[in-house]
Design a protein around this ligand. Structure first.
Ligand code: 7TS
Length: 403
């Protein structure tokens, strides 16, 4: 496998084993250069200037939208709304779509495995509309059996919102079956693709997803740029989420008419540099190929799991199969707090996350307060994993267990 680390200034310039990719990925030089180039050569406020430079900024911003459209195979560029991150994308749908359509007695279906970002907006929407929030439960291995997912959909299900891939377990949700079942009762489905868009090919039309949200920073783009995909007919019918500049057609003392899609949902000055850099990140990913990335991450996941299985004191959450993890492995070690695991690994330059991973209801459901989590990206190497395994096998000794 090619050495990708040479493209990543932070990884090339240090000997860190960066294994917290589910939190945020590193940025390659190509992405950083694209952002710099935008500010060095094309900086003007996109979407409003009438002079050449501002038009150039607008063109680059809109070209980035088309790049995202192709990446997730959306039918039209105006179905791509730029936001700050997954959290904002989901809140947009909850505030705009859910508050304007839900009624008492309607059901919102989410799962117990959601990141808080795909849970709190629906708790809010349920509280404000009188709708009922229902949870899909997962088994002890983190799986959501297709029959149970389909059976949870009722004629009252108006919105289902689920993580395509869990940020704690790495397990893929049976989203195709869910989408079919929800559509059969006239509801809509939002996919939280924060953990899937960087790792598996996404085709919103094949999936027939109604909404899909992801964050640029988890696929090597800068922080502060995110995406909401929505079907045109749904977005057209939705009221704006944020109001202000750039999202209007005309304003009077009494009110306003709104701009057409996508600008209706992009109030205020946009993140031009972020959007352009996100397009560069997608170019980088697709030059390697999403299938290749997925295969490489599966290989690394398998290698990591094999190593972890050698020690009986290490307990992996979810199944033991690499295919069920998509590069994300949460674990505990007998008698050691996950925060201590992360601190001990940090002393050897190994970065992993520990805590509740913004998924407290899932951890409670699994019967743990917190876990340590290693999360891999294609640019990680077997050497990173070897360093992790060596350190993780030493944790109990370092904690004074004498083994
Ligand atoms: N949904 C999922 C499935 C996530 O994993 C995350 C972030 C979010 C939503 C929110 O993304 P944001 O970019 O809006 O913050 N997950 C993590 C994580 O697992 N560790 O740090 C952030």
């Amino acid at each position: 496998m090619e050495n990708f680390k040479k493209d990543f200034p932070l990884l090339a310039g240090s000997d860190i084993a960066y294994l917290d990719n589910a939190a945020t990925e590193q940025r390659p030089r190509q992405v950083l250069e694209a952002e710099r180039e935008f500010y060095n050569k094309y900086n003007a406020n996109p979407l409003r200037g009438l002079y050449a430079l501002a038009m150039e900024a607008t063109e680059r911003y809109e070209a980035a939208r088309e790049r995202v459209q192709k990446f997730i195979h959306a039918a039209r560029p105006e179905e791509i709304i730029f936001t700050r991150n997954t959290t904002e994308s989901i809140n947009l749908v909850a505030y705009s779509y859910a508050l304007s359509t839900l009624k008492p007695g309607d059901e919102i279906l989410i799962s117990i495995a959601e990141h808080h970002s795909n849970m709190l907006p629906w708790q809010m929407a349920a509280r404000q509309t009188g709708a009922t929030l229902k949870y899909l439960e997962c088994g002890p291995d983190g799986s959501f059996p297709e029959e149970e997912v389909v059976a949870a959909v009722t004629p009252r299900t108006k919105i289902a919102a689920v993580a395509h891939i869990s940020n704690v377990l790495g397990k893929v949700m049976p989203v195709e079956a869910l989408i079919r079942a929800v559509h059969a009762v006239g509801g809509v489905v939002l996919l939280d693709a924060a953990q899937s868009a960087p790792h598996v090919p996404i085709d919103v039309q094949k999936l027939d997803a109604d909404f899909l949200a992801f964050s640029g920073h988890k696929l090597m783009a800068p922080m502060g740029i995110g995406v909401l995909y929505g079907k045109k007919a749904l977005l057209d019918a939705m009221p704006p989420f944020l109001t202000g500049g750039e999202m209007i057609e005309s304003v009077t003392r009494e009110g306003a008419t709104y701009a057409p899609l996508p600008h209706k949902f992009e109030a205020g000055t946009v993140n031009g540099g972020g959007a352009v850099a996100l397009a560069a990140a997608i170019d980088y990913l697709e030059t390697i190929g999403m299938e290749t990335i997925h295969k490489r991450e599966l290989e690394l996941t398998r290698y990591t799991l094999e190593g972890m299985k050698q020690r009986a004191c290490i307990h992996v959450q979810g199944s033991g199969r690499a295919e069920d993890h998509c590069g994300i492995i949460s674990f505990t070690i007998d008698g050691v707090h996950p925060h201590d695991i992360a601190t001990i690994l940090d002393a050897d330059g190994i970065a992993i996350r520990a805590g509740h991973h913004c998924a407290q209801p899932l951890l409670k459901h699994l019967g743990v307060m917190s876990t340590a989590r290693v999360s891999l990206a294609f640019y990680n190497t077997e050497e990173d994993v070897d360093r992790f395994l060596k350190a993780v096998c030493r944790v109990r000794r370092e904690m004074g267990y004498g083994e």
